[in-house]
Design a protein around this ligand. Structure first.
Ligand SMILES: [Zn+2]
Length: 61
């Protein structure tokens, strides 16, 4: 399921397909880089997966 996140560069919302990039069975921080589909700038996406399977997403430049 895609969720919309705001691009830190152009401010446009863009969908992030976390299922293909994040291993939900591995608690901890997972970082990957993904280009904005609007302005093509690289997002640094940090996903924190807790031991209970809850994830929180942070997007930085
Ligand atoms: Zn953008």
């Amino acid at each position: 399921m895609d969720t919309l996140y705001q691009c830190p560069y152009c401010g446009e919302p863009d969908a992030l397909d976390l299922e293909s990039d994040v291993d939900m069975d591995s608690p901890g921080d997972q970082v990957f880089v993904r280009d904005c589909s609007v302005c093509c700038q690289p997002w640094t996406v940090t996903v924190h997966v807790s031991t209970t399977g809850t994830r929180s997403v942070t997007i930085d430049r």
